[in-house]
Design a protein around this ligand. Structure first.
Ligand SMILES: NC(=O)c1ccc[n+]([C@@H]2O[C@H](COP(=O)([O-])OP(=O)(O)OC[C@H]3O[C@@H](n4cnc5c(N)ncnc54)[C@H](O)[C@@H]3O)[C@@H](O)[C@H]2O)c1
Length: 385
């Protein structure tokens, strides 16, 4: 028998840890009688998490984040009887209405991404809110000043070492490498690749390009980190030299203006520039587009590549307009399923802890408890053996 299967099914089947957690939750029902409000990207990987929470007995009321809601995901969740208040929108006002609609349902637990839901709950408190989780560093920064008002357990997933090494170090490197291939269909063999930033993401990126037979240089403004890159066997030339020699240049620092129009005289003929940092401000593409030395731009619309032609005859290319390359361009897949499976299992286990009232207000905006890290790591290794 042949059946049509969807991407949601593929991702669900690939999240082995969440699948195992869901089948345990079907028996233990940690969320029985509780409503969980969620404000996290509505895309196939999150579906695997939401279905796990549902298996644990939760009633779910969901919305997404700005600009990332996938209509097919919303349709699927609704077909599963889940309440979804979300549309694909870039309008913050429309998005805020969806967030308000989730809070109006007075969920017992919140699964937040960026602090949107807890910020509203702090303004409009209600009695049955037990606490929940926050996915990101930016959410933690936003909620910290509200700690005394919130005074409930809120566990921050990003601060788990598992999230740091599984996603930032390993998954970002792999997906940026995949993005380079996906956008360009060009090889890396023998190419000179310069990676700006040797933090968690930069380490993985440098390693993935080196593993693909490129000659990798690293630039990091922190001399201690640059020394680490040197001892890891990467070239660590001065910044100017690193730009001059790069066939491929990748920024992953988290800071603005890493490569600017002032660097145009240095850029090698034919170089490819791409960004992996969160904001599209690391490579100043807007300034390139306006610069007097740029005499023409070819836009490969379908492939999201721009080729800049310079007055002196050189040209260079920018991928995805300088946006996070692994979430830009044709068929952007983001980070690997396994890295998200780990992060989302941390989510499920932390919510379980709060639902069981095993943590109190002392755990307001704190990292994932070590025993949960150990439990999730052990479970992943058991499946891998
Ligand atoms: N693409 C993705 O899927 C994805 C996933 C996770 C994180 N990120 C983003 O990637 C970025 C980096 O994250 P991280 O966890 O590696 O951060 P990190 O803080 O661990 O590392 C950043 C590194 O950049 C260096 N740096 C800062 N300014 C520099 C400069 N001018 N020149 C050279 N080096 C410089 C710092 O010294 C540091 O070593 C952030 O914007 C983060 O949000 C992207």
């Amino acid at each position: 028998m042949q059946r049509n299967a969807t991407r949601i099914k593929w991702i669900g089947e690939s999240c082995r840890l969440l699948k195992a957690t869901a089948s345990e939750f079907e028996t233990t029902r940690p969320f029985h009688g509780l409503t969980i409000g969620t404000g996290i990207h509505l895309e196939p990987k999150t579906v695997a998490l939401l279905m796990t929470l549902k298996a644990g007995g939760a009633r779910l009321v969901c919305t997404g984040n700005l600009n990332s809601t996938q209509p097919s995901t919303v349709e699927f969740l609704r077909s599963e009887g889940i309440d979804v208040f979300a549309t694909q929108t870039t309008d913050p006002v429309a998005h805020h209405k969806s967030l308000e609609a989730v809070i109006a349902e007075k969920p017992d637990l919140l699964l937040d991404n960026g602090g949107d839901l807890f910020a509203i709950a702090a303004e409009k408190p209600y009695a049955n809110l037990l606490g929940g989780t926050e996915e990101t560093t930016s959410g933690r920064t936003r909620l910290l000043p509200l700690r005394e008002t919130l005074a409930m357990p809120i566990l921050v997933i990003n601060d788990s070492p598992i999230k740091q090494f599984a996603e930032n170090r390993h998954a970002v490197g792999q997906s940026l490498f995949e993005s380079y291939m996906r956008f360009t269909n060009r090889s890396t063999n023998g190419k000179r690749v310069t990676v700006f930033g040797y933090g968690a993401c930069g380490k993985g990126t440098a390693a993935c390009f080196r593993n693909a037979f490129a000659q990798v240089s690293v630039v990091d403004i922190d001399p201690v980190t640059a020394l680490e890159a040197h001892l890891d066997g990467f070239n660590t030339p001065l910044r100017e030299q690193a730009i001059r020699t790069a066939d491929v240049l990748v920024t992953v620092t988290g800071f603005a203006d890493i490569v600017t129009a002032a660097d145009l005289p240095l850029v090698k003929d034919g170089a490819i520039l791409m960004n992996g940092g969160h904001f599209p401000h690391e490579i100043d593409v807007a300034a390139f587009r306006e610069h007097a030395d740029v005499i023409g731009i070819d836009r490969y619309e379908a492939d999201h590549i721009e080729t800049f032609h310079l007055r002196d005859g050189r040209s260079f290319h920018v991928l995805g307009g300088g946006h996070m390359a692994n979430l830009a361009g044709p068929r952007p897949l983001g980070n690997s399923v396994e890295s998200m499976d780990l992060g989302f299992t941390l989510q499920a286990r932390c919510l379980e802890l709060v639902a069981r009232r095993a943590v109190g207000a002392e755990a307001c905006i704190v990292p994932v408890p070590k025993e949960i890290d150990a439990m999730v790591a052990g479970a992943y290794l058991d499946l891998a053996r």
